[in-house]
Design a binder for this molecule. Structure first.
Ligand code: HEC
Length: 480
């Protein structure tokens, strides 16, 4: 029965010959572990497509519900946490693996004749990978998403002449808001995959057509290189081992470093320090490079750093096989080339590290700034306790969570004045006055002495939120 079905299928489809051609491709003996990076990128892309589909089943691309729906996926949906962890870390791993793959091809000189087209399509895939990353991190619609996207799109706005138009198209209006999120979502789940999948197919086809480049062989020696091994089982096994390693990392990373989510996007929060995802940090930092006291790309020159240099870099990648036409492939004979690339890479890494160091410093500075004792005496003691015990739910001075209200109505003279004693009584057991509240009792919050309670009450009675500059609300937009 099985035999007959197989025979029928093969007769109609020619599947056996196809599989044979796929699995028994002949490869040079020196193909090795470095060649698993390409298939690793393909594996990660597949993981992103699968987990992306699962996420899309519960995600709502609207500014009012996106954040909640992501929380729902993480907290309620079976395996939602794992799926989101995979997708979140898969993005970072994908960028790493794709870049390593490109570096390998570069160092081995495999972009040269006759494989220029494969390289060209590869660079397109690299740009698309960054496109996925950029459009993806707006989707959870938390603070980081909102502000980092604003920074990213502002770069687009620096394109000479048409920048403002491009920005308008990306935003779907004047400002980042409801139409932006839908647009980014459509680009992320429709446009980019529709471009990427055929390009991957073409990339693989081209690679098969000219064959894997025999490592270490110059172009004129290539036709003499023996091809003694076959893709299956030799290389396939290595590819599978690497896929296994990536899979383990996808499980481990969310465990070790978690899946980072910030409070929901707040367009009015002017105190937030926007920072992009790590792989965009070097570009972000480029804008700030200083020589002496002069900001290299400041003022009218800003487009040089944010548009021209990145564009030139991508163009350089595209043009590489046509600019570098020397036939040698062996790294030893291409030292100036490798050195140039090494310097470029080192500069990029340096910019990234610089950005990280500066961000940490500014964050620390901000945290200190908002802790400045605007209070003295008992209220200052209370302030420290509140910062320590209450930010898990309440929001104070622009920090903490939004699960519970900010303490804006407590001071005497406000709409609902509490006396200090009432406040202390409330804190001791909130359920007494608000039977259904989730607000924990003082004891549960570790406020055990009356002194502590009085200090907290004293602080709350004097707390005034920092006045904020009003920004445009995220729901405002203009139809084009
Ligand atoms: C587990 C989350 C949680 C923590 C931790 C928490 N609260 Fe609350 N708190 C709430 C919630 C939710 C409310 C909203 C009122 C309700 O549910 O009835 C609230 C309400 C209040 C109110 C009434 C505010 C108003 O405007 O009516 C005060 C005062 C208050 N909390 C003080 C504190 C203080 C002080 C701390 C820290 C020592 C603290 N809370 C820690 C969840 C929390």
């Amino acid at each position: 029965m099985r035999q007959r079905f197989w025979g029928w299928l093969d007769d109609r489809s020619g599947i056996q010959a196809m599989l044979h051609a796929l699995l028994y491709e002949r490869l040079p003996r020196k193909i090795g572990w470095l060649h698993v990076l390409g298939s690793g990128a393909l594996f990660l892309f597949t993981v992103q497509v699968l987990t992306g589909m699962l996420l899309a089943m519960n995600y709502v691309p609207s500014t009012s519900e996106a954040y909640e729906s992501v929380q729902y996926i993480t907290k309620e949906v079976p395996f939602g946490k794992i799926v989101r962890g995979f997708h979140y870390w898969g993005a970072s791993l994908m960028v790493i693996v794709v870049v390593l793959h490109m570096l390998r091809v570069f160092v081995m000189g495999a972009y040269k004749k006759p494989r220029e087209l494969t390289w060209l399509v590869g660079v397109m895939l690299f740009v698309l990978t960054l496109g996925f990353a950029f459009t993806g991190y707006l989707l959870p619609y938390d603070q980081k998403a909102y502000w980092a996207t604003k920074v990213g799109v502002s770069f687009v706005g620096y394109v000479p002449f048409i920048g403002e138009h491009l920005k308008h198209i990306l935003y779907g209006g004047e400002e980042l808001g409801a139409p932006t999120l839908t647009r980014f979502y459509a680009i992320h789940v429709l446009l980019l995959p529709l471009l990427t999948i055929p390009l991957i197919a073409i990339h693989l086809m081209l690679m098969r057509r000219k064959g894997e480049m025999p490592p270490g062989a110059e172009a004129d020696e290539e036709s003499h290189v023996e091809k003694p091994i076959t893709f299956y089982p030799h290389q396939l096994l290595k590819d599978l081992v690497f896929a296994g390693v990536l899979l383990i990392l996808l499980f481990l990373l969310p465990f070790v470093w978690g899946v980072h989510t910030e409070p929901p996007a707040d367009p009015t929060d002017t105190t937030y320090l926007p920072r992009p995802e790590w792989y965009f940090l070097p570009l972000f930092q480029l804008e700030k490079v200083q020589i002496g006291k002069v900001v290299l790309f400041g003022g009218a020159r800003v487009w040089l750093g944010t548009v021209l240099i990145p564009a030139l870099f991508v163009l350089l990648l595209f043009a590489l096989p046509f600019l570098d036409r020397s036939p040698s492939r062996r790294p030893r004979r291409r030292l100036p080339m490798l050195l140039g690339a090494g310097v470029l890479l080192a500069l990029t890494v340096w910019l990234g590290i610089e950005a990280k160091v500066e961000t940490d410093r500014e964050r620390a500075h901000l945290a200190k700034g908002s802790d400045t004792p605007r209070f003295t005496g008992l209220a200052a003691v209370g302030q420290r306790l509140v910062m320590d015990r209450c930010l898990r739910c309440h929001r104070v001075d622009g920090q903490g969570s939004r699960k519970a209200p900010e303490f804006v109505r407590l001071a005497p003279g406000e709409s609902s004045p509490w006396t200090k004693d009432q406040l202390v009584l409330y804190l001791v057991n909130p359920k007494e006055t608000h039977p259904n509240t989730v607000m924990p009792t003082a004891k549960e919050l570790g406020l055990t002495s009356l002194d502590q309670l009085e200090a907290v009450a004293e602080y709350l009675l004097h707390y005034k939120p920092i006045p904020r500059k009003r920004g445009t609300s995220s729901s405002s937009y203009h139809l084009e």
